[in-house]
Ligand binder design. Structure first.
Ligand code: 2PG
Ligand code: MG
Length: 440
């Protein structure tokens, strides 16, 4: 089997114009693969460390030349000669060489670049699509009889952005649209694109800056309240002739960590003015939202270390609502296991760069499935033309994917990749529809 023969790395720019790491993994057969690492803005405290240079003379300190050098000088000697098909051996060798739990010595951005480039190279060696190769890695983890076929994910699509992703005044980070009546990925996208454009028109009509979009392409209007964002989406869907709850549902990424004060363990929403809420108060607020609106999914409704709060939230809402841990779990098996034990959340967001290697990501996906947690593969707010997450979501039948709005090429590259995969699979294509996902 061909082995890794050479690594190349360079600094490229992401969708926010910030540097990130690109890696090429070459193999002894001549086949090679390339990957680019994404980057978050509302980054959780428990995420693997993204190494930045801190040299203020370049890219305001955000350069990644140290990570780039680590790819060729530190990781190259470690992975060269390893069978390119042996993803675990590649990842284990890099983790051991870094030697820190956070991957902070060499940088998770260096490790992930190599990890993903190697997977692309292995797919190229076999002359197969990446999702086919990833599906093989996935099957290795499954017990006999566990469903293993690729499935196209249901998208949750960003319509309005707030929080740290947009300049306006909304506390909640993402107001997302889920086309739950769709029976294929193409249909899901088609239905949503129409709503996105109509929403732009409606915001404009009401005097909002519909042309201003956040980091993920969602509109960034200056609305008075968080609730208004949902109202505008509902209004738009009705204008498009869609039926609430039947044709579509709403998902939120509250990203509560960024308005949580850890000293007092309280939440500070601009909507509630001076009054701070504790976890029970936040839970009541979210419960009220769920009663009022067709919300089927809430991500990071509470802060990343508020485990007690998460247990309250899950006990109160977990039966009827998908509660996703993003900052809470940071795609880490140890943290997911705490969640299982404490009955915190019932779904996990999966971001490759929160953990830093493909193998560990596949392990967490499998752990989540074994424990009955739904899985949502997610892009970061800083993205590029790299489409690896589309293949990952399909290969592991993750069920759901969160990429951003249906505009901006770093987002569309992934959506279009999913359209392509659905087309390749033809009559074999299966889509994670409402029934498969078990949304009531
Ligand atoms: C999130 C992500 C993607 P970021 O919070 O879920 O929306 O944002 O990449 O900035 O962490
Ligand atoms: Mg999030």
């Amino acid at each position: 089997m061909p082995t890794i023969s050479k690594l190349k790395a360079r600094e490229v720019l992401d969708s926010r114009g910030r540097p990130t790491v690109e890696v090429e993994a070459h193999t002894s057969s001549g086949a090679w693969g390339r990957a680019i690492v994404p980057s978050g803005a509302s980054t959780g405290r428990h995420e693997a460390v993204e190494l930045r240079d801190g040299d203020c003379d370049r890219h305001l300190g955000r350069g990644v030349m140290r990570a780039v050098r680590h790819v060729t000088e530190e990781l190259g000697p470690v992975v060269i000669g390893i069978d390119v098909d042996d993803q675990s051996a590649i990842d284990v060798a890099m983790i051991a060489h870094d030697g820190t739990p956070s991957k902070g010595r060499l940088g998770a951005n260096a490790l992930l670049g190599v990890s993903l480039a190697a997977a692309h190279a292995a797919a190229a060696v076999h002359g197969e699509e990446l999702f086919v190769h990833l599906n093989r890695l996935w099957r290795e983890r499954l017990d006999p009889g566990e469903p293993a076929d690729p499935v196209l994910p249901m998208p949750m699509i960003n319509m309005i952005s707030g929080g740290l992703h947009a300049g306006a005044n909304l506390d909640f980070q993402d107001f997302l649209y889920m086309p739950i009546s769709a029976h294929s990925f193409a249909q899901a996208l088609e239905k949503t694109a129409c709503v996105y454009h109509t929403l732009g028109g409606i915001l404009k009509e009401k005097g909002h800056e519909a042309h201003l979009v956040g980091d993920e392409g969602g509109y960034g209007p200056r609305l008075r309240t968080n609730a208004q964002a949902v109202d505008r989406i509902l209004e738009t869907a009705l204008a498009c002739g869609l039926e609430i709850g039947r044709d579509f549902a709403i998902a939120l990424d509250v990203a509560a960590t960024h308005f949580h004060e850890s000293g007092t363990n309280t939440y500070h929403l601009s909507a509630t003015g001076e009054e701070a809420l504790d976890a029970a108060g936040m839970t009541s607020l979210l419960e009220h939202w769920v009663k009022q609106y067709p919300i089927i999914s809430i991500e990071d409704g509470l802060a990343e270390d508020d485990w007690e709060g998460w247990t309250i939230l899950t006990n109160r809402l977990g039966k009827s609502v998908q509660l996703i841990g993003d900052d809470l779990f940071a795609t880490q098996a140890e943290r997911l296991l705490i969640g299982v034990e404490r009955h915190a959340a019932n779904a996990i967001l999966i971001k490759l760069n929160q953990i830093g290697t493909l193998s560990e990501t596949l392990d967490v996906l499998h752990l989540a499935r074994r424990n009955g947690y739904r899985t949502i593969v997610s892009a970061r707010s800083g993205e590029t033309e790299d489409t690896t997450i589309a293949d990952l979501a399909v290969a592991t039948a993750a069920g759901q994917i969160k990429i951003g709005a249906v505009t901006r090429s770093e987002r569309l590259a992934k959506y279009n990749r999913l359209l392509r995969i659905e087309d390749y699979l033809g009559s074999k294509a299966r889509f994670a529809d409402r029934e498969m996902l078990g949304f009531a």
